[in-house]
Design a protein around this ligand. Structure first.
Ligand SMILES: [Zn+2]
Length: 257
């Protein structure tokens, strides 16, 4: 297994998943990227997307409000915001209510149509890799919980750079492989103290996992500057802690071209 970020050959095994330890994750000693050997299979399960009430007090909406509050700390309307993989559209709904002109992209046509119908802003049905949109047209480009699924993460970052206006910012969220709970889980597994049980149908869904170092490396390769790195949880107390101590299992970042 070679590193898709820096090209280092024959990466050492980092951890395994699956009841037969059949799913192998490797870690690059140079750039720190964790790469999954996808030849063992990737979960392609189609996710379910429902129309939601963006004003409802749900955990999911609290998460979306936290994402938008982060964006708002670093970029101010008026301006144009694009959400690549906009999900139920709640982040864009919040942004539009605050004065942004917004557009979304979603993979499946029925999801894109449903979000557009629900909220009334344009949503294009497209794979991120096949999306071209308006180059240099956006003040903010959002990519949340998508990067870890894409075969070419640097290509996605280059795409974000190309979509941004000069001075525009990218906001991304993805799992943090160096989170405290992930480290503890790997330690327990390695020492045989606790072994996770997997469903018989389990397959990994992520083709790579980032930490701060590997994400910074990917940004440099894509010509982006990493301005802010924090980790987070939806729970406000945990979030206050994880913003400063990067032990949370999800990362949120700000980049600029
Ligand atoms: Zn590497």
């Amino acid at each position: 297994m070679d590193c898709k970020l820096c090209g280092t050959r024959n990466l050492p095994l980092f951890y395994t998943q699956g009841d037969r330890r059949q799913y192998h994750f490797f870690r690059c000693p140079r750039c720190r990227l964790v790469v999954y050997d996808a030849s063992a299979g990737v979960s392609q399960e189609k996710y379910v997307l429902h129309a939601v009430d963006p004003e409802a007090d749900t955990r999911q909406n609290r998460g979306h409000r936290q994402t938008y509050a982060f964006i708002r700390r670093h970029a101010r309307p008026p301006g144009r915001m694009l959400d690549l993989g906009c999900g139920d559209g709640t982040v864009l709904w919040l942004a539009r209510a605050d004065g942004w002109e917004v557009e979304g992209v979603e993979l499946f046509p029925e999801h894109a149509a449903m979000v557009q119908r629900t909220h009334g802003f344009p949503v294009t049905a497209s794979d991120i890799a096949a999306y071209y949109g308006t180059p240099g047209g956006w003040d903010v480009v959002v990519l949340t919980h998508v990067l870890e699924h894409l075969p070419d993460p640097v290509g996605a970052l280059v795409k974000i750079r190309g979509l941004l206006k000069p001075g525009g910012v990218g906001v991304l969220e993805f799992p943090n492989i160096d989170a405290l709970d992930a480290r503890v889980r790997r330690f327990l597994d390695r020492t045989g103290m606790h072994r996770h049980r997997y469903a018989p149908t389990y397959k990994p869904g992520h083709v790579q996992e980032f930490c701060r170092a590997s994400f910074a490396f990917a940004c440099a390769r894509a010509g982006l500057e990493l301005l802010v790195w924090e980790t987070y949880a939806v729970n406000p107390l945990k979030y206050a802690l994880y913003r400063r101590w990067w032990i949370g299992n999800k990362a949120r970042v700000l980049v600029r071209s």
